[in-house]
Design a protein. Structure first.
Length: 210
């Protein structure tokens, strides 16, 4: 997993509340077992018309938001099912950060396991960011995880955010649960050797199983 330290990127606004995981990545696209390749299906039912052509009215299809790496959305982003494919799709599309007044809990946790930073800011701040992104072509934010700060180029928006320190450090170092486990690889290997040596009976170092 790639670390997240500081990101300066184009902002795409999604002025919608209760965006659920079935809209983020519809269920018919969950057959893949890899984490990649889901970006093309992100917000599929909104991005495309019934004939398969891009919907010109959908936010992410507007030319000014092409290449955005920061998504700003309304309340309760990521509600619905617990599918981890939702952050997979966002990341594969190019988003490394999602800003909202609040998130669904499971989606919020899944973001940290996939290198996406979910930032919770006051609703009035989120609305100002959304309005700026809608009004200004090329509107950018800097999100600094080390300082826990967010600001735009002309400092019209300057905000701080709270984050659990364990999650912050894990994301700064690019560690998901598997990565954290592998940091204990030497101890795990030693445990397995002791266990195999004594026929599957757990012993303490230096002690006999008899």
């Amino acid at each position: 997993m790639n670390p997240f330290t500081k990101l300066t990127g184009l902002v795409a606004p999604m002025d919608r509340i209760n965006v659920d995981t079935d809209q983020i990545i519809p269920k018919q696209f969950l057959k893949r077992i890899e984490r990649t390749g889901f970006g093309q299906y992100l917000f599929f039912d909104w991005r495309f018309l019934p004939d398969g052509k891009p919907n010109p009215d959908f936010e992410l299809n507007k030319p000014g938001y092409k290449g955005a790496s920061i998504l700003v959305a309304g309340r309760n982003f990521g509600s619905g099912s617990s599918r981890e494919h939702a952050p997979w799709a966002l990341l594969d599309y190019g988003f490394r950060c999602v800003i909202a007044p609040n998130f669904a809990d499971i989606f919020y946790n899944n973001c940290f396991q996939n290198g996406i930073l979910p930032v919770v800011l006051p609703e009035e701040t989120v609305k100002r960011i959304t309005a700026n992104a809608q009004a200004r072509t090329g509107y950018r934010l800097t999100v600094d995880l080390e300082a826990k700060r967010v600001w735009d180029d002309d400092e019209d928006v300057v905000a701080t955010f709270d984050l659990d320190e364990f999650r912050r450090q894990s994301l700064l170092h690019g560690l998901d649960d598997i990565g954290l486990t592998l940091m204990q690889e030497a101890d795990i290997t030693a445990f397995e050797k002791r266990r195999n040596l004594h026929g599957g009976v757990l012993t303490q170092p230096g002690k006999s199983s008899r």
